[in-house]
Design a binder for this molecule. Structure first.
Ligand code: ARG
Length: 478
């Protein structure tokens, strides 16, 4: 690295070079850095700092580097930005010498991270939309499969398996919208901020931004070069997805346990014990359950690194970037696994129907006492609480019911058979009539609605991704 020797007389030690280099992580942003350099050189040509033939040769060289990425093994070159400069120097020295005119690694790397995050973000959203389609498909198929839902981990109400899946789909849509917002927010150009305080060159920041598919600028040069705050939003959105994955993993592990036994995971996604021959272990769901830990660790790492920053750029910031890619990896690699789990997991219909037997759904008897007999809800609640208690013990005679009503001053005749009829889980779920309930027909409505949302989001994200990728076609020709 020849430019070092103006200011410094000694080489960086090999250890220090390896210790401080970002080359291993920079693989992720090579293309983004190349395209930024191409646009920057075009700007220098427009401003008269570079002749046309050097520009043309340099653009060709940079495009070639896109196809054949340069080796990133010489740590003395510090990072991808210097690697590119050195590669260009071998081909078009005049252009290489001008690369840092009006452009610092500080504004470049911030721009490159933003470019790569928006690409990976959009790719991830496309994958998640495919996952949602799977979830909705099974949700529709199982729209009327009676299944209990829990609060406080105690059975609460009869619902359907399709309804539970539909809740996953709707959460995923929320997380996707969050990720899209994060991408929109970060999609602003820091370029032209130079190292920290701007430049005396007549750089056209807005032109550069447009060429690179950014919508506007990170205006303040200090913020543009040194803030990584946008990563908090991205990681926050990834964390939302991680939380969903972990929750689904937990649901699957618990519901498939022998004690619940309401679902069964496919053998192709289970393993056994090396000592206990009886075991069928839900290993994929277990690993999936750790995703929130992985992403939260990266989020904490990034927030810790980017805080306590004094002034502008410090090399600490470099260390935050790999966390972002690791969080993406963690979420991306889970998508095919959760798709496989959702598609292949079977419901144990008898057991889940049995799990919905009275007193589950007792609130519906209380509702009936209110609607049909004008009993105040609190009274109905107490009566139904007593009935629940008796049912849990197993015995409930018609005579007991009669005296119960009498005690509450009610002339209502209610038999044990009637209670079982009213609380029949199929009847109960079909009686739900609020929007978003687990009534099978509502679950089917929600499935249709979700698929419409998926298509709307798919169009939006594909349009974005196309715009983001089109910069690579434009940048290397003049
Ligand atoms: N490798 C650095 C990073 O990833 C690029 C910026 C370095 N700037 C500097 N002045 N050394 O953040």
């Amino acid at each position: 690295m020849a430019f070092r020797h103006g200011r410094l007389r000694k080489e960086l030690t090999m250890d220090a070079a390896e210790y401080t280099s970002s080359l291993r992580v920079d693989l992720e942003i090579v293309n983004a850095a190349l395209v930024i350099n191409a646009v920057h050189l075009k700007q220098l040509y427009r401003l008269g700092y570079l002749d046309k033939s050097s520009l043309v040769a340099a653009l060709t060289a940079l495009r070639e580097l896109m196809r054949n990425p340069p080796p990133m093994t010489d740590f003395s070159l510090e990072d991808v930005h210097i690697v590119i400069e050195e590669e260009l120097r071998r081909r078009v020295p005049l252009a290489a010498d001008m690369l840092s005119l009006g452009k610092s690694r500080n504004d470049t790397v911030s721009a490159a991270i933003r470019i790569r995050v928006r690409e990976r973000g959009c790719e991830l959203i496309k994958d998640l939309l495919d996952l949602i389609v799977d979830v909705v498909e099974v949700s529709e198929r199982e729209a009327s499969t009676i299944f209990p839902v829990y609060t406080h981990m105690q059975p609460a109400m009869p619902a359907t398996y399709g309804f539970v899946l539909s809740s996953y789909a709707s959460r995923l849509i929320g997380a996707i919208r969050s990720l899209l917002r994060s991408i929109s927010d970060l999609n602003r150009s820091p370029l032209g901020a130079a190292a920290i305080a701007g430049s005396s060159l007549p750089l056209d920041r807005r032109w550069v931004a447009e060429e690179l598919g950014f919508e506007g600028l990170v205006t303040n040069a200090l913020e543009a070069t040194s803030s990584r705050d946008f990563l908090i939003d991205v990681l926050g959105s990834l964390l939302r997805i991680g939380v969903i994955f972990s929750d689904v993993g937990e649901d699957l592990v618990v519901l498939s346990s022998a004690e619940f036994g309401l679902i069964e995971m496919d053998e192709s996604l289970s393993s056994t014990s090396s000592i206990m021959p009886n075991k069928k272990n839900p290993v994929v769901a277990e690993v999936m359950r750790t995703k929130v830990a992985e992403v939260v660790a990266e989020l904490v790492r990034v927030a810790s690194i980017i805080s306590r920053r004094f002034g502008g750029y410090n090399l600490d910031l470099q260390q935050s970037t790999e966390s972002t890619w690791r969080a993406f990896n963690s979420i991306e690699s889970t998508v095919p696994m959760i798709r496989a789990l959702i598609r292949t997991t079977k419901v144990n219909r008898e057991k889940s129907l049995y799990a919905c037997r009275p007193p589950i759904g007792m609130v519906e008897l209380a509702n009936k006492l209110v609607s049909d007999h004008k009993v105040p809800f609190r009274t109905a609640h107490v009566i139904c609480g007593e009935i629940s208690r008796a049912l849990e013990r197993g015995e409930l005679e018609d005579s007991e019911l009669e005296s119960l009503m009498k005690r509450h001053g009610l002339a209502i005749k209610l038999t044990r058979d009637e209670i079982h009829e009213i609380l029949d889980p199929v009847r109960v779920v079909e009686s739900y009539r609020t929007e978003g309930s687990s009534n099978p027909s509502t679950v089917r409505d929600m499935a249709r609605m979700t698929l419409r949302e998926v298509e709307e989001l798919r169009r939006a994200v594909e349009e974005k991704l196309e715009a983001f990728m089109s910069i690579y076609e434009r940048a290397f020709s003049i």
